[in-house]
Write a protein that binds this ligand. Structure first.
Ligand code: HEM
Length: 410
């Protein structure tokens, strides 16, 4: 990645976020877009979409109340460009696709459930969990770090956060997988008509049990949370559980994975971190900037014709701020293609910006810091088990995700 130079000829056609060449060379494409066509009329599969690549435009759009997430508000048409089955609707009709004031109400309610004492409990839990996972993984010598370490961390944390019992966790984990990846591959029909309805039923039963027997978990807190005399309906509760999964599962897996991959391929920075452990906080911020898992936000729709950087986006048309490109914009970051774990200031957009700024950012930072600290402390000789060029990036738009990360401990 980064080595290819993009030419005007490469960009003759509108850029499709699913294009394999783009996925493999995204930072080179971003550079071309920022310099030549910062408000680009591109594509997401068959959908026409405006792609914003400069930092300041991305921030402006994410703070502009004339650009909404709820497509109906902007277009008068359906919530999504195509009609969706009910269970899928429950997943997509969450607050991340909603605008104020409806969004504010939902966000306040879930915010109340993320108390400092619950985070403190999860911090302790992460310490034991990461050591348990490493005890098992290190014995194998060589592992795929995703399967053996990065993935079980959020699976366990989200299950415990929601209050799923240990014997139900494997079942719940299969729903997490379906919600997170099932809608982007060949399994899409099975996911929509089989897995998601089953996940809805599972959540309804779980909610009934929590109502009858409240526990110290986030689902119970969400059931009890009230904002101006109003509580979440059962459908809203399920949508919120789904959102916590969709927003908090693969993001964490791939933040941890990208962090390990980036540090192992920048040994000078890894040595610096080992010599100065206090740099861990800024190292995590730099990974979010340099190789964050989320490269673009959910789509926003213009409520009226809006001119950005000289280009008029017509009313009702979708747009996407490319966070990964904003994070490499030289207008804001000095030497943006240099990975510097001590970078300061670092006003990256890895957690988004504006009203949809990541609600789980404190948890995500905590999970990543504990995961990295224990992995590198215990394994001074950790290294990639394949050449860096062999690592593959998944073909999923607006993400930066590795297919696997083979590492050797010894
Ligand atoms: C680990 C790395 C993570 C990254 C890089 C990340 C990134 C993001 C980004 C970029 C957004 C804004 C999306 C947009 O504007 O469309 C977002 C929103 C959100 N994130 Fe995270 N996230 C992470 C982890 C988590 C975790 C662990 C949780 C909770 C368990 C979480 C919960 C949320 C929620 C609920 C929203 C929507 C907020 C709203 O609509 O107001 N995230 N995240």
């Amino acid at each position: 990645m980064m080595t290819k130079t993009i030419s005007a000829a490469d960009m003759r056609k509108p850029l499709n976020l699913l294009n394999k060449d783009f996925i493999d060379n995204k930072f080179a494409y971003y550079k071309w877009l920022r310099e030549n066509d910062p408000v680009h009329k591109g594509k997401l599969a068959v959908l026409n979409i405006y792609l914003l690549s400069q930092y300041n435009d991305c921030v402006d759009v994410l703070k502009d109340p004339r650009i909404v997430r709820n497509r109906t508000t902007a277009t008068g048409g359906g919530r999504f460009p195509v009609p969706l089955p009910k269970a899928v609707n429950m997943m997509v009709n969450s607050m991340i696709n909603e605008d104020d004031p409806a969004h504010r109400r939902l966000r306040m309610l879930v915010h109340k459930a993320f108390t400092p004492s619950r985070l403190a409990y999860l911090d302790e839990r992460l310490e034991t969990l990461t050591h348990e996972l490493l005890d098992r993984a290190e014995k194998k010598g060589t592992v795929d770090l995703i399967n053996d370490y990065a993935l079980p961390i959020p699976v366990t944390i989200i299950s415990e956060m929601v209050g799923v019992s240990p014997d139900e966790t494997p079942q719940f984990a299969s729903y997490m997988e379906a919600l997170s990846t099932g809608l982007s591959g060949f399994t899409i029909a099975k996911t929509m008509f089989f897995d998601l309805p089953k996940a809805v039923t599972f959540c309804r039963e779980l909610i009934q049990r929590k109502k009858a027997d409240p526990q110290d978990d986030i689902l119970t807190a969400l059931i009890e949370a009230e904002e101006e005399g109003e509580k979440l309906s059962e459908d809203e509760l399920i949508a919120m559980v789904f959102l916590l999964i969709v927003a908090g599962y693969e993001t964490t897996v791939h933040l941890i994975t990208n962090a390990v991959q980036t540090l192992l391929t920048h040994p000078d920075q890894l040595d610096r971190l080992r010599a100065e452990p206090a740099l861990l906080d800024s190292a995590v911020e730099e990974i979010l900037r340099f190789n964050g898992p989320i490269q673009g936000t959910k789509m926003g729709y213009a409520m009226e014709d809006i001119t950005i950087n000289g280009v008029t986006i017509p009313k009702g048309k979708p747009m996407m701020p490319l966070l990964g490109s904003a994070n490499r914009d030289p207008a804001v970051f000095e030497n943006p293609d240099v990975f510097d774990i001590g970078r300061t200031p670092n006003r990256h957009l890895g957690f988004g910006q504006g009203i949809h700024y990541c609600l789980g950012a404190p948890l995500a930072r905590m999970e990543t810091k504990v995961a990295l600290k224990n992995l590198f402390d215990r394994n001074p000789n950790l290294r990639l088990a394949v050449a860096p060029e062999e690592l593959q990036i998944q073909r999923i738009p607006a993400w930066h995700r590795h297919v696997s990360l083979p590492v050797t401990f010894g």
